[in-house]
Design a protein around this ligand. Structure first.
Ligand code: FNR
Length: 365
């Protein structure tokens, strides 16, 4: 269908499912075991309802905010996903351009299909990009990547910590197939392709990573260091104590530990504990997983998130309509956020807070 017939995030997913090559659909859509956490990430948003205020002048609403010190037009960002080229020839370059057109921040993966330079060169001057770091067993490779981030004006480094080993993704395993062309040149020779796309990628990830290494990365650079894949309030507190600038509460889109809790609920548990420790203004909290609507994003912000990431939505938009799809995805979400803010009686992102939501149905620890 023409792109003007795409009205929401799920429309992209529906078309992606119909049109993607089977191996790409399997890799993108799969999650761990019986995919309970995948569904739960999404369902948790359905347990939160709004307390809208009326008779507020909402002629003008402003969706802009700052994340890691960078100004951005919306409180969401594109989260890192490996192998964007499986779905579209332009891969992460198309995502960069689509995000650039809409003033949306792109985080790209260590395991992107295109090289670091290709992806940063696809961005416009001044466009904000973040880098997602999988820490390599050969630490010098990771330090070189951090140096590269400095050169290329990357505004945030996200160290992913929820994948020391790979979650059990059976849809993907059944494919046992991955196209050489879709893996970055530098990584090509070393990849074992016998177990599906996901398995092929994990030999690049260090299973011995600990909190001490995080401190070492902090010393390497002034670029904000963010830990991606935190799943308990305790680890948010530890992260703050280690001086990291931000965390992403995430279970990797349900692809890692099955029965990990939804990031929305973990966020709900975290904020009071963070406040009790006096750390709530020391660290920014982001969440990702299961986001499909502007109202999902608003709910997370009301609970205290600084911003919200989307993974598969960007892959599906890029796979189906390329950079135009990415730009449209951003427009759709922005429009949904604007409508949500107007109907809530809110003019600015900074006004969003817990008084606007009813969380009685969220499980609390
Ligand atoms: C991911 N994710 C991910 N995360 C990361 O830090 N590095 C990576 O290379 C990847 N690769 C990746 C591939 C695919 C196909 C998916 C679906 C996800 C996780 C991603 O950044 C994010 O946490 C989730 O995708 C969020 O969930 P939703 O938005 O997909 O529901």
């Amino acid at each position: 269908p023409p792109i003007t017939q795409i009205f929401n995030v799920s429309d992209f997913e529906y078309i992606a499912k119909k049109t993607l090559a089977p191996n790409a659909w399997a890799y993108y859509s799969s999650a761990a075991d019986d995919e309970v956490t995948l569904r739960e990430n999404h369902y948790a948003f359905h347990r939160v309802f709004f307390n809208p205020r009326v008779l507020v002048d909402v002629t003008e609403v402003d969706t802009s905010t700052t994340m890691l010190g960078s100004k951005t037009s919306v409180p969401f960002y594109c989260s890192a996903t490996a192998l964007a080229r499986l779905g579209h020839e332009e891969g992460e370059k198309g995502i960069a351009r689509g995000c650039g057109r809409q003033g949306v921040i792109q985080m790209f993966s260590t395991l992107a299909s295109y090289s670091f330079d290709d992806i940063t060169d696809a961005a416009e001057p001044g466009q904000v990009q973040w880098f997602q770091l999988y820490v390599n067993p050969d630490r010098s490779i990771s330090y070189n990547l951090i140096e590269k981030c400095k050169l290329k004006n990357i505004k945030g480094i996200f160290v992913t910590v929820d994948a020391p080993v790979l979650g059990n993704r059976e849809k993907d395993k059944r494919m046992k197939y991955i196209d050489d062309a879709d893996i970055m040149e530098a990584q090509k020779e070393k990849v074992d392709r016998s177990q599906g796309a996901a398995k092929a990628l994990t030999s690049f990830i260090d299973t011995s990573l600990t909190w001490k290494d995080i401190g070492d990365f902090k010393k390497q650079t002034n670029i904000p260091i963010v830990i991606k894949g935190i799943q308990t309030p305790e680890d948010v507190i530890l992260a703050a104590k280690h001086g990291v600038d931000a965390v992403v509460i995430s279970n990797h889109g349900g692809r890692q530990l099955e029965f990990a809790r939804s990031p929305l609920e973990v966020l709900h548990d975290t904020m009071p504990i963070l406040k009790a420790h006096g750390l709530h203004d020391k660290i920014e909290i982001y969440i990702d997983g299961g986001v499909r609507r502007g109202t999902d994003i608003i709910k997370a912000l009301c609970l205290g998130a600084k911003g919200v990431g989307l993974g598969r939505a960007f892959l599906y938009a890029n796979s189906t309509y390329g950079e135009d799809g990415v730009a449209r995805l951003c427009q759709i979400l922005r429009a949904e956020i604007q409508t949500g803010m107007r109907l809530l009686g809110v003019q600015k992102i900074s006004e969003l807070g817990p008084e606007f939501i009813d969380t009685r149905n969220l499980a609390a620890r």
